[in-house]
Design a protein around this ligand. Structure first.
Ligand code: FMN
Length: 354
């Protein structure tokens, strides 16, 4: 390796070794949920708690007929204006969804020209409109197309830029898992994220973490995803899937400190086995109280959106999810569920600290 080379230009294999030298913690792509504003807030919280996300992935950008204009990429990934990083420096990978290999390749190459640090390809989306156009999870039934798309993108994208795929366990069932694994193995994908459910299983618990093991024979890193809401579930997922790499989805929205607490628990377990005097329950430093979360919620409400109505709607969506993680959120929800005025909501939010 040439030591003077900029880290962004390192050969992809070396870069991947570096990226995965420790267990990675990722914020999942979630259309309409982990949008640029939410990414700013959640990556900031993780950073402040001492366990920044290693990276996050954009909401999917749908590729249908042509190479998308730059403004579309910037709309989904405004971080491209900031070296493809959130304010505190968390990289954002660009996710594409489509079924035409050549078109996907051209769009991926263009995204890289605009500064994408990595390209992720979506083979998990269950949406009817997307699937009826042969995009997303429906392609899990066509492993040959999966292979074509990933390998075309891999060839089109500069050699130092990683290309990854995100899949489910199958479309209607898990019977094609071996074919999917072979397609991925030959495609040149640099890593694989697996949402441990089929499309038919939607987003309902449980997730079948143990099925991820089938993919561990691949020579690339495997990232486990699905139904991780607590530190205990994170650890069960790592154990059952046989991979230490995790992507957090809805659990990261309901408990923005989850990412930090997962590794706090790990650190404590390691310390306690090395030194019996360490108290494994002492480490709450990475827990985020409701009071500490309030300024972040205010920041969210002060963020950019097309209109106040949209922003308030988005905030209520978040608050609704926070009720799963914080009892205080329920009281606030009862107070503001009919409130449309942002300033009134901020006032109620501040009051909820008392
Ligand atoms: C509202 C919503 C939108 C999603 N949008 C995307 C997306 O754009 N791209 C993608 O690969 N996965 C998407 N997903 C799937 C998540 O990335 C993740 O795989 C899934 O939620 C399972 O993880 P969880 O159980 O921890 O939430 C979405 C999930 C939700 C709930």
């Amino acid at each position: 390796m040439n030591n003077t080379q900029h880290p962004d230009l390192l050969p992809v294999q070396y870069k991947i070794q570096q990226l995965f030298s420790q267990p990675v913690r990722l914020l999942a792509p979630m259309e309409g949920l982990s949008d640029p504003l939410m990414r700013q807030i959640l990556t900031q919280i993780a950073y402040d708690l001492g366990r920044p996300y290693d990276w996050s992935v954009s909401e999917f950008i749908r590729v249908t007929q042509h190479v998308l204009p730059a403004h579309v990429f910037y709309k989904y990934v405004p971080e491209l204006h900031n070296d493809a990083k959130t304010a505190i420096g968390t990289p954002i990978h660009v996710q594409l969804l489509g079924s035409e290999a050549q078109l996907m390749a051209e769009n991926a190459a263009y995204a890289c020209e605009l500064g994408a640090p990595a390209i992720d390809i979506n083979f998990g989306c269950p949406a009817k409109t997307v699937n009826s156009h042969r995009g997303g999870s429906v392609l899990l039934d066509e492993p040959a197309v999966l292979y074509e798309i990933i390998s075309a993108v891999r060839q089109a994208v500069p050699a130092h830029i990683p290309v990854s795929a995100k899949i489910r366990l199958g479309y209607t069932d898990t019977s094609r898992m071996d074919d999917i694994r072979s397609a991925i193995a030959d495609s040149g994908a640099d890593w694989l994220t697996i949402h441990a459910r089929t499309k038919t299983q939607g987003y309902k618990p449980p997730a079948y973490w143990e099925k991820i093991q089938t993919f561990n024979s691949l020579k690339i890193p495997v990232i486990a995803n699905g139904e991780i809401w607590t530190t205990e579930q994170a650890h069960a997922c790592m154990q059952q899937s046989g991979t230490a790499h995790l992507m957090l989805g809805r659990g990261a929205i309901t408990r923005p400190d989850l990412v930090a607490r997962v590794d706090n628990l790990m650190d404590n377990l390691i310390n306690s086995s090395a030194d019996n005097s360490v108290n494994t329950t002492a480490g709450n430093a990475r827990e985020l109280s409701w009071q500490a979360l309030i300024p972040h919620q205010i920041k969210f409400l002060e963020g950019q959106a097309k209109s106040e109505v949209i922003l308030v709607g988005r905030y209520k969506q978040w608050l609704g999810m926070l009720t799963k993680g914080y009892s205080e959120a329920q009281t606030l929800w009862d107070d503001i569920k009919r409130e449309k005025n942002k300033t009134a909501i901020i006032t109620a939010l501040k009051m909820s600290a008392q």
